[in-house]
Design a protein around this ligand. Structure first.
Ligand code: ATP
Length: 134
């Protein structure tokens, strides 16, 4: 089967465009894999790790904080809120973000936006996991 073009874009920038053999992404209902010839699909994504295998190459990882994924014949596109390829992830920054979020959720100061702190925690955990530092 012919390879699939995999594109990841965010409002800030184009993250990648590669020929791949598969993509596994964190759909809102759970991780899902897309292979060439997959039935057309549109899904929302939750924060997590996207993995994909380059044609004839290695499996690569990137962190994604949520967004949408559209899969059609020959093409898979992720429109991410944010996305970082594993080698670009600043692990110390993600650790600090995790600590901040965990502390806020533990201490629950008055006026804490719990959903925002939880979302920040999930973003940091996705980055640490994609970077292999969890
Ligand atoms: P922080 O509190 O460290 O800023 P955040 O989760 O609030 O983390 P976002 O608002 O999701 O950050 O992202 C802002 C920008 O910074 C995006 O371009 C995102 O790709 C980038 N970014 C966030 N955290 C990291 C990281 N640990 N390594 C590399 N880029 C990051």
């Amino acid at each position: 089967m012919s390879p699939v073009i995999f594109e990841v874009v965010t409002p800030e920038r184009k993250i990648l465009r590669e020929e791949v053999e598969n993509v596994i992404a964190p759909g809102t209902e759970g991780y899902l894999g897309v292979l060439p010839g997959h039935t057309p699909l549109l899904t929302t994504l939750k924060p997590g790790v996207v993995s994909y295998r380059r044609v004839g190459g290695e499996t690569e990882k990137l962190a994604c904080s949520g967004g949408f994924m559209e899969a059609g014949p020959g093409r898979v596109v992720i429109l991410g809120d944010t996305a970082e390829p594993a080698p670009e992830i600043d692990i110390e920054r993600a650790r600090r973000a995790r600590q901040r979020a965990e502390q806020r959720l533990r201490e629950r100061p008055p006026g804490l936006d719990v959903a925002r702190a939880e979302a920040a925690l999930l973003r940091s955990l996705a980055r640490l996991k994609a970077a292999g530092a969890d």
